[in-house]
Design a protein around this ligand. Structure first.
Ligand SMILES: [Zn+2]
Length: 514
């Protein structure tokens, strides 16, 4: 699954062209629409703050003190706004407008962004760092970290940007990076910055691919340094590198962050918990992880993407389904709830203190075949509700500009924010459950399921539950929300339903919410 990881890393290589000419002044709509965009020009749909503030309503519920949302696309005043790359903060009123929608502009872990962090902090917006990296990572900065290969060694096919892989056991580059991170986070601390979280997106070596193993096998140094038997066996190599990778990141990245900011949530791309008897699927849903532990990370990063390439990996010809929105929605639903739900189940089993901070995305165009339907907005919103009710602590929105010349697809970049904010606001009505509730159900859903599906959070004698079905008509689901009471039956309509449950004198009182 190395290839799709690189696709994802491309978010940081995407051109950051933006179109504007935005006008402002109109009041935001009371509730965002779910229909296709009616915009006709790139100016209308440009991802600029004036457009975003016009289209994305403010939260009606208070989110103060919660981890903020972030989006991968930088918030800019106009297409020519280079402030972010120069480390210049947005105007205070713009920081407040984003905060009113649950968002903060993330910053990059770099000294240049200390002033930005201070500006965010002054407005009570969260300080969240995001950093993406691809390819070899820190070993690239230290000569002599690469494999020592026999003359004429060709190797297996690999990304063009990686003519050689680094020796996984050589740590010189990591020692250097650890020192840089230690010094950097001390500077933030000395500047009085309260960092709320660090979301890493370091999709870098070591990975346990075939090309990596082949190269390591041919490297004279790796043959000396690797534990006996690991290089010779594909499965042992994968297990070793998976563990080693988490350990390297723990020691050299997470530890220096914690030295200055003990206990803050820190995650990295697709780091999740998996156990032998309850394996967590990969983000694509097409491969199961073996035992996987997150080391020093204090948060997992399950990935819930409406990625068009899930058609290739998860669609089964034996279904004989037409390739339409309704059926592709089923595939998206299976994959997007799969990794998240299993990770949530494993968090509860082995490390319940762990935060869950997913990447979410309605439209990820890794397969650009136009015949593959995009995930519908209504189903995307349904999926988001279930992520919150299965323990998401906040969300990272992956909304890159896939087709910058296409008006409808550029509109999606802002719609991604609308959908996330709308569902977040809906769930914030039950904030105490989001803050302190216990996840009630982590059962997974298959594309072919027509039965009742539900998620919920319980707090004491109360619970909030969401149900739905992929089938054409309402079905019922039996659940036992409280140990001290009997099973109850809830409707699961195709459009979804939310219920507030209250345990009163041994009986469950069910209240349907709008
Ligand atoms: Zn080597």
């Amino acid at each position: 699954m190395i290839m799709p990881r690189f696709n994802c890393a491309h978010r940081f290589l995407l051109a950051t062209l933006l179109w504007t000419g935005a006008t402002t002044g109109a009041e935001p709509p009371a509730a965002p629409s779910t229909g296709p965009s009616t915009a006709t020009s790139l100016e209308d749909v440009a991802y600029t703050l004036p457009n975003i503030l016009r289209k994305v309503p403010k939260l009606k519920h208070d989110a103060t003190g919660r981890l903020p949302l972030v989006s991968i696309e930088i918030f800019k005043m106009s297409k020519d706004d280079q402030s972010f790359s120069e480390g210049k903060p947005l105007p205070p009123e713009m920081i407040r407008e984003l905060k009113a929608r649950g968002f903060t502009q993330y910053i990059i872990p770099d000294e240049k962004y200390i002033a930005y962090a201070q500006a965010l902090q002054k407005e009570g917006a969260g300080v969240v760092m995001v950093q993406g990296l691809a390819f070899n990572g820190p070993p690239d900065e230290v000569p002599n970290s690469m494999h020592i290969l026999p003359e004429g060694y060709k190797g297996l096919e690999r990304p063009g940007q990686q003519p050689k892989f680094p020796c996984p056991m050589v740590l010189d580059g990591w020692v250097k990076k650890q020192g840089e991170y230690r010094a950097l986070f001390r500077k933030y601390k000395e500047a009085g910055v309260k960092v709320d979280g660090v979301w890493l997106d370091w999709e870098i070596e070591p990975y346990a691919g075939d090309a990596q193993r082949d190269e390591a096998k041919h490297c004279s140094r790796c043959r000396e340094q690797f534990p006996k038997g690991v290089l010779e066996d594909k499965e042992r190599y994968r297990a070793f590198i998976d563990r080693w990778r988490v350990q390297i990141f723990s020691a050299y990245l997470v530890a220096p962050i914690f030295e200055s900011y003990p206990g803050i949530p820190v995650n990295n791309w697709e780091e999740i918990i998996s156990t032998i008897d309850l394996p967590t699927p990969s983000w694509s849903g097409s491969r199961m992880n073996a035992h996987y532990d997150i080391g020093m990370y204090s948060a997992t990063n399950p990935v819930a993407y409406g990625n068009t390439i899930w058609k290739k990996y998860n669609w089964k010809g034996e279904w004989n389904w037409p390739l339409d929105v309704a059926h592709m929605d089923r595939v998206y639903t299976q994959v997007m709830l799969g990794q998240f739900s299993r990770d949530a189940a494993n968090i509860m089993r082995v490390a319940p203190e762990t935060r869950s901070i997913p990447w979410v995305d309605r439209y990820c165009a890794d397969d650009r075949d136009p015949s593959i339907p995009i995930l519908s907005r209504t189903r995307y919103r349904e999926i988001l509700r279930h992520l919150w009710l299965r323990g998401a602590d906040t969300m990272q929105v992956f909304n890159p500009q896939w087709f910058p010349d296409d008006v409808a697809k550029t509109a999606i970049v802002t719609e991604e924010l609308e959908d996330v904010v709308m569902v977040y606001d809906e769930m914030l009505a039950y904030r105490k459950f989001l803050d302190d509730g216990q996840v009630m159900n982590t059962e997974i859903i298959q594309a072919t399921d027509d039965g009742g599906f539900w998620s919920g959070l319980r707090l004491g004698d109360q619970a909030i539950v969401r149900t739905f079905t992929q089938g054409a008509s309402t079905v019922k689901v039996k659940i036992r929300p409280f140990e001290k009471a009997e099973e109850i039956e809830l409707d699961c309509p195709p459009a979804g339903a939310t219920f507030f449950l209250n345990l009163s004198e041994g009986k469950v009182v069910v209240e349907a919410k709008p």
